[in-house]
Design a protein around this ligand. Sequence first.
Ligand code: SF4
Length: 519
Amino acid sequence: MVYEKFWSENPLIAKNKTEIWKLEKDGLKIFDDIPHYAANGFDSIPKEKWDMFKWAGLYLQRPKEAGYWMMRVVIPGGILTYDQQITLANIAKDYGRDVYDITTRQAIQFHWLTIEQVPDILNRLEKAGMTTAGACGDITRNIIGNALAGIDPDELFDTREVLYDVFEYFRLNEDYSNLPRKYKMSISANIHNASNAEINCVSFNPATKVIDGVTEVGFHVKVGGGLSSVPMLAEELDLFILPEKTVEVAAAITTIFRDFGYREKRHRSRLKFLVADWGPEQFKEKLLEYTGPLPEKGESAVKGWNAGYFYGIHKQKQDGMNYVGVNIPVGRLNPDEVIEFAELAKKYGNGEIRNCNSQNLIIPNVPDAKLEELKQESIFERFPYQPKKFIGYSVSCTGIEYCNLALVETKNRMRTISESLDKEIDLDVPVRMHMVGCPNNCGQRAIAEIGLQGIKMKNQDKKMVEAFEIYVGGTLNEGGKFNEKLKGKVEAEQLHHVLKEIILFFKETKLLSETFLDF
Ligand code: SF4
């Protein structure tokens, strides 16, 4: 059998259980098995198969033995139609105990699902043109895009078609469904780096180049970024990619990761470790072996960084049309609220909603003539388009509520603290705060101005309690810099008080308009 030959040639990998089962059976084949397990119940699923469900976007939530699943749905570039929103809202209502979360990769997560419910959910998603394949597992994950693609007055070009082409190429493609580990891509021509290019495994970023006397628009490519417990910033390759070459280049980079990426140890199996060892020059040379000659870099079109925030009412590139950026505190909605937004988007726009990687959303395509009436809608009292300076810029991962790896509670805590700070401190600039429940960094702690990472520690009474490490100064401006840890740890109960002290000190000593980052 093919995997026996592979093991004999790769004895180190043969010790890695995940690599063994991935060779025995492709992860995407779990879709074939789901009807059987759904008919026979959770107890019919062998424990060693639990991880395989990730390829269908399913993780067991905590505690695993209870048999409830988290499901992540792929939303390429974060763009949802009206029908898709209604489908998602009804799934959350019918099966997901009314929880609907927007993730930091523009995707959607449900909780509390049972295996018996999954076939109907997958069926509903398929009918609405959505999938969970590629949402989790060692495969190309949801592709981040410019949340303003096609309506952005500043974008270099509309990237929707390219992004969908790349998504379709990798979707259910078994040539690329056994990668060393998760693999994150972004494709955006937003000139303010709204896709967080430097923290993706691969990012396609806006650039121009004069070729044969003609100024062409296209991409520069960065590789090897990623967070987790060893955050790394992506490195730029000396290449210019025309939009029509994007699928080919993405496929070649993914082939390199598949065939040369490390597989022995799970924590070293991300593309960033290969890029760190090879360097961008060697990586580029290998890439050219697959693609043939490609032009060298042109001019980057990126100017500064917008971390996915589009609040307020803004003119689109289309005359007489507007988009409205709305705050969804820590990305959580209930299904009735999702339906309310969908109906609003239909009444005032074209029914579309765009998910942002800041866990917020955008209502696009609102004509000038409807703006005043839209602004009177009561939903904006709960979900403002001009949010306050703390809750509007707070991000949180799932945390101990559902996540098996979490050490602390995050979502409710982040929301409560931020809303309290908004009542207590009037600040002229926002402060970007990200909370994560463990070092895995799903809530992108490392790029926050104030990053809060959950830990467990013994308090003065020698009791094990929830606590936080505090990091300051993260940014993706000018190539990026991860935040740095402050000395000490803070008990969770003291976190609000400590943050208040830090921010009051900042407020009292800062210059007008000076941000926390520049402080
Ligand atoms: Fe879970 Fe940790 Fe990721 Fe939060 S950062 S969702 S706690 S794995």
